[in-house]
Design a protein around this ligand. Structure first.
Ligand SMILES: [Zn+2]
Ligand SMILES: [Zn+2]
Ligand SMILES: [Zn+2]
Ligand SMILES: [Zn+2]
Length: 284
C-alpha cells in the first residue's frame, strides 16, 4: 500500500530549501518543477534550479490543492533562521507564537534592536556589557528589590524619554525584566514586569509592584499582568496594565543617594534613590 501523503510530501518538496512549502503560492517553471514562495525571490535570474528552465509567475494550483488536502507537516516559519520544528497546520501557529526563534524587541528600552527570543540573554551580555548576568541568574528569587538612581531633575524634565537600565532576575527557572521608564509622551512614570517567554507562559504569572517611601507612610501597590517579552513598552503602557505614577508622587518618596556611594566624577547634580519591589506569583 503506497503512503500517498508521503509521496505527495516528496513531490512537493522545494528543491532549494528542501522543505514542504508552508503556504501557497507554489510556483512552477515551464517544465513543471516546483519552487516554494519563500525561495522564488532568491532566484534572481528567473531560472528554475532544476533544469535552468524559465520560471515566471506561473503557479501550480494542483500542488497548492494537494498541500492543502494532504495536511502535511509544514516547517515553522522561522525555519530560514534555524528552527527545525514541523507541524500540521492546525497546531503550527501555536508553535510559531511560542518559537524561540521569533523576534522580540530588546528589553532594554534604550535599545532598538530586535533579536530572537533565544538570543536575548547573550545579546544583553554582549551588546549591553551585562557581564555579571550569568552569575545573577544563578539565583532564583520571587522578588526583585530595585533601587533606581534618580536625578534631581527627573521629576521636572518632561522633554526627553528617560529609561533606567533594565533589572534582570530569575524566578521559577524563568527570566524576568523589571522595567522603569518615564516617556516624554505623557510625563508619567511607569513600572512593569516582563518575562523572557511567550504570552502562553507569561499569562500564567502575575506581578505585584510596590513603590513605598522609606518610612512606609506612603505607598502604592499594583497587581497585574506579567508581560511577554514580545510586547513592547509602548503597548504595555497603552494597555494601562502597569504601575503608573506622577512626578509629584515620586518627589515625595525619593531618598537621598548615600554620600559614600558617590563617585568622584559624579556631577554636582543631586542624586536620589527610588525603591521599587517587583514580585512574581504563579497563578493558581
Ligand atoms: Zn523553498
Ligand atoms: Zn524547471
Ligand atoms: Zn519554530
Ligand atoms: Zn539591546
Amino acid at each position: 500500500m503506497v503512503d500517498l501523503a508521503a509521496v505527495i510530501g516528496e513531490q512537493l518538496e522545494c528543491p532549494i530549501c528542501f522543505q514542504t512549502p508552508r503556504d501557497p503560492p507554489i510556483f512552477q517553471c515551464e517544465n513543471g518543477h516546483l519552487v516554494c514562495a519563500g525561495c522564488k525571490p532568491k532566484l534572481a535570474n528567473g531560472k528554475c534550479p532544476q533544469g535552468n528552465c524559465l520560471l515566471q509567475r506561473q503557479r501550480s494550483r494542483l500542488a497548492e490543492k494537494l498541500l492543502e488536502k494532504a495536511d502535511l507537516p509544514r516547517p515553522c516559519k522561522y525555519a530560514v533562521i534555524g528552527c527545525f520544528h514541523e507541524d500540521k497546520m492546525a497546531t503550527l501557529p501555536k508553535h510559531e507564537a511560542d518559537c524561540g526563534f521569533r523576534s522580540v524587541v530588546c528589553p532594554d528600552l534604550d535599545c532598538v534592536d530586535r533579536v530572537a527570543e533565544r538570543d536575548v540573554l547573550s545579546h544583553l551580555i554582549e551588546e549591553h556589557a551585562m557581564i555579571d548576568l550569568e552569575k545573577t541568574l544563578k539565583i532564583d528569587k520571587a522578588l526583585d528589590e530595585c533601587l533606581w538612581v534618580v536625578n534631581g531633575d527627573d521629576c521636572r524634565v518632561r522633554s526627553v524619554d528617560k529609561t533606567w537600565p533594565v533589572s534582570v532576575f530569575k524566578c521559577d527557572g524563568f527570566v524576568f525584566f523589571a522595567v522603569l521608564t518615564k516617556p516624554k509622551s505623557n510625563g508619567l512614570w511607569h513600572a512593569f514586569l516582563q518575562m523572557l517567554a511567550p504570552k502562553s507562559l507569561s499569562e500564567t504569572y502575575s506581578t505585584e509592584i510596590r513603590l513605598a517611601s522609606i518610612d512606609g507612610d506612603s505607598s502604592v501597590v499594583f497587581n497585574g499582568s506579567v508581560h511577554a517579552v514580545d510586547r513592547d513598552s509602548k503597548r504595555v503602557i497603552a494597555s494601562g496594565d502597569c504601575l503608573s505614577f506622577t512626578d509629584a508622587f515620586v518627589a515625595r518618596l525619593l531618598r537621598p543617594f548615600p554620600e559614600e556611594q558617590r563617585e568622584a566624577e559624579d556631577d554636582d547634580e543631586l542624586k536620589y534613590l527610588l525603591k521599587l519591589d517587583y514580585s512574581v506569583q504563579k497563578k493558581q
